[in-house]
Design a protein around this ligand. Structure first.
Ligand SMILES: Nc1ncnc2c1ncn2[C@@H]1O[C@H](COP(=O)(O)OP(=O)(O)OP(=O)(O)O)[C@@H](O)[C@H]1O
Ligand SMILES: O=C(O)c1ccc[n+]([C@@H]2O[C@H](COP(=O)([O-])O)[C@@H](O)[C@H]2O)c1
Length: 235
């Protein structure tokens, strides 16, 4: 006999997004990416994971770095961690993990995923990565293993093409949902630009959350030695 009662639904596994980044500083592009993936994939939580020692942004002697415009070392992990906590505090589904900053040595995503898999054995993991990071994923440590440890969500980013041509052969052997692409609202913001603005005393209001503006000023982050003190001017 037919009944109006809804069918009993199987409880589904907890879905956890992982947003890895150097977050120097965290900006609204990161937050929109995590929020959009969280919504589209019905994630229960997004864990932000600041890198400890982002080896591709450092030279051997920790002095200035891979990208030509970054005449600087990466800010202390504790500052990047605290900015990430401040930026995510208002969202009950966002949390921050210290796994990468507490692990010794260079930060590799393969270790991040192993650690989080151990801490959340029942969950489905979704690693979130922007189009630029996805482009260079073949240079990551043990990259072939990454797709066995988590699903990957590649998100669009202004100025970069979101594609998987370089991974197509590897993905053939894996389940179809292993790597999915998502167009997200386009925010042409980068940490590099935020640092450059702060160094010149230009505002970073509305590029980063308000609390991060205050933190940058309080800790005097990104100031070039010759610049006059920008402090926190009104927005
Ligand atoms: N505006 C953005 N839109 C979408 N994804 C982004 C954006 N900015 C950063 N991401 C993604 O967030 C992750 C962490 O990025 P990261 O902390 O290196 O920031 P960044 O702005 O790229 O920094 P930097 O300018 O110092 O290289 C990466 O996967 C990156 O692709
Ligand atoms: O595993 C690697 O070798 C590797 C190399 C470069 C970047 N990653 C990861 O990619 C994420 C974004 O890094 P980044 O350097 O663009 O801020 C972050 O979680 C890094 O740990 C990982």
């Amino acid at each position: 006999m037919a009944t109006d009662r809804p069918l009993q639904q199987q409880p589904r596994a907890r879905r956890i997004g992982i947003m890895g980044g150097t977050f120097d500083p965290i900006h609204n592009g990161h937050l929109v990416a995590a929020s959009e993936v969280g919504h589209r994939f019905s994630l229960d939580e997004v864990i932000f994971v600041p890198t400890g020692r982002p080896w591709q942004k450092l030279t051997d002697d920790d002095a200035p770095v891979a990208k030509a415009d970054q005449a600087r070392a990466v800010s202390p992990a504790e500052d990047r961690y605290l900015m990430t906590v401040i930026a995510t505090a208002s969202n009950p589904r966002f949390t921050v993990s210290r796994v990468d900053i507490e692990r010794e040595g260079d930060t590799y995503t393969v270790d991040t995923l192993r650690d989080l898999r151990r801490m959340h054995p029942e969950a489905e993991l979704y690693f979130i990565t922007g189009a630029d990071a996805l482009e260079s994923i073949l240079s990551w440590q043990d990259w072939e293993e990454l797709f066995e440890l988590a699903n990957f969500i590649g998100v669009s980013r202004p100025g970069y093409e979101l594609h998987v041509k370089h991974l197509a052969q590897h993905l053939e052997a894996l389940p179809p949902d292993t790597l999915q692409m998502l167009e997200i609202p386009a925010l042409a913001i980068s940490s590099t630009e935020c640092r450059a603005r702060a160094a010149r005393g230009r505002p970073v209001w509305y590029l980063v959350p308000d609390g991060v503006v205050q933190y940058i000023a309080k800790r005097k982050l990104y100031r070039s030695p010759r610049a006059s003190s920008p402090g926190v001017s009104a927005p």
